[in-house]
Design a binder for this molecule. Structure first.
Ligand code: HEM
Ligand SMILES: *[C@@H]1O[C@H](CO)[C@@H](O)[C@H](O)[C@H]1NC(C)=O
Length: 325
């Protein structure tokens, strides 16, 4: 806010405005969908074209970008902490167990950030960039759209321990999954809807080996297909990839939930959502009603994006998503 002519503003009004601004900065300011409408109206078009070209190059990238937002939000809130590189004096989240050799897309995020900095330098946070990027990825892959709430600022810290403890592992059972989401204020319904993200993307053999060789709640022909590229012996073929949704791994649809009905969940944690427990009926609902899945998924994405954002004068607008200013 600029007071171009002090003569027009009494000192009293100036002082009041300053106090108001300070209060706004300190109270838990809300995110809003029009946060950049004045300061960076082109942010959406700029990000979307970058996401589109990244997905044109590699369809899987849409999945990887969506996952980055999830792994950011579940660790001390949606604050861009996952993007910080390790240095000799700083340990970030990239080497946490759920992330190492697994999360990807950081170069694409760099490209998006440069493009955004070109149109509005120093305005858009890396945390908001991830939120918009996740939405655009889902839309480009054929999924539902939603209005992204914005106004997050970037963390000046990160926590490997919080990433290790806060992101659910694929060995989780249903109760574990429910509590991981509950810990960040998300309901069981949110959890089942958000898990529908596994309708896109890939997983490494090391994360589903025990399931395909040792579990009985899976379709035998599905297990056989997956064994072909995931050797039984630990350490061999650990990084071999398989699609989380065997039919359409680059289309955002409700096949994830349909697969669960046929015991074709790739991860142990996936099949937990349809294994005779309390979430079976919701999985059936999403499998039979794409529109219910879409509306619950978008609502849950907005809720996830609301986890503990830094706002007002907290945090910073990083210039480079990989390091604090
Ligand atoms: C419910 C608990 C969840 C567990 C246990 C879980 C676990 C995993 C695992 C183990 C992988 C494969 C990683 C690898 O093998 O390198 C994966 C991939 C993925 N996850 Fe999840 N996830 C969960 C929820 C979510 C949520 C809520 C989202 C998004 C909102 C999400 C989005 C993705 C995507 C898109 C991929 C594929 C990434 C790629 O291909 O690069 N997941 N997840
Ligand atoms: C299957 O279970 C057995 C017994 O618990 C275990 O020794 C073996 O390592 C498991 N195999 C895989 C591939 O996880």
């Amino acid at each position: 806010m600029a007071f171009s002519s002090p003569s027009l503003c009494s000192v009293a009004i100036l002082t009041l405005s300053c106090i108001l601004l300070l209060l706004m900065g300190r109270s838990d300011a809300q995110l809003s969908t029009n946060f950049y409408s004045k300061t960076c109206p082109n942010v959406y078009a700029t990000i979307k074209s970058q996401v589109q070209s990244a997905i044109n190059k590699e369809a899987r990238m849409g999945a990887s970008l969506l996952r980055l937002f999830f792994h950011d939000c579940f660790v001390n809130g949606c604050d861009g902490s996952i993007l910080l590189d390790d240095t000799s004096t700083f340990t970030g989240e990239k080497t946490a167990a759920p992330n190492q050799n697994s999360v990807r897309g950081f170069d694409v995020v760099d490209n998006i950030k440069s493009a955004v900095e070109n149109v509005c330098p120093g305005v858009v946070s890396c945390a908001d960039l991830l939120a918009i990027t996740a939405r655009d990825s889902v839309v480009i892959l054929g999924g539902p759209s939603w209005n992204v709430k914005l106004g997050r600022r970037d963390a000046r810290t990160a926590s490997r321990a919080a990433a290790n403890n806060g992101i659910p592992p694929p060995t989780s059972n249903l109760n574990n999954l429910i509590s991981f989401f509950q810990n960040v204020g998300l309901s069981t319904r949110d959890m089942v809807a958000l898990s529908g993200s596994h309708t896109i993307g890939q997983a490494r053999c090391t994360n589903f080996r025990a399931r395909i060789y040792n579990e009985t709640n899976l379709d035998p022909s599905f297990a056989q297909t997956r064994k072909a590229n995931c050797p039984r012996t630990a350490g061999s073929g650990d990084n071999n990839l398989a699609p989380l949704d065997l039919q359409t791994p680059t289309a955002f649809d409700n096949n994830y939930h349909k697969n669960l009905l046929q015991n074709r969940g790739l991860l142990h944690s996936d099949q937990q959502l349809f294994n005779g427990g309390s979430t079976d009926s919701l999985v059936r609902t999403y499998a039979s009603s794409p529109s219910t899945f879409s509306s619950d998924f978008t609502a849950a994405m907005i809720k996830m994006g609301d986890i503990k954002p830094l706002t007002g004068s907290n945090g910073e607008i990083r210039k480079n998503c990989r390091k604090i200013n």
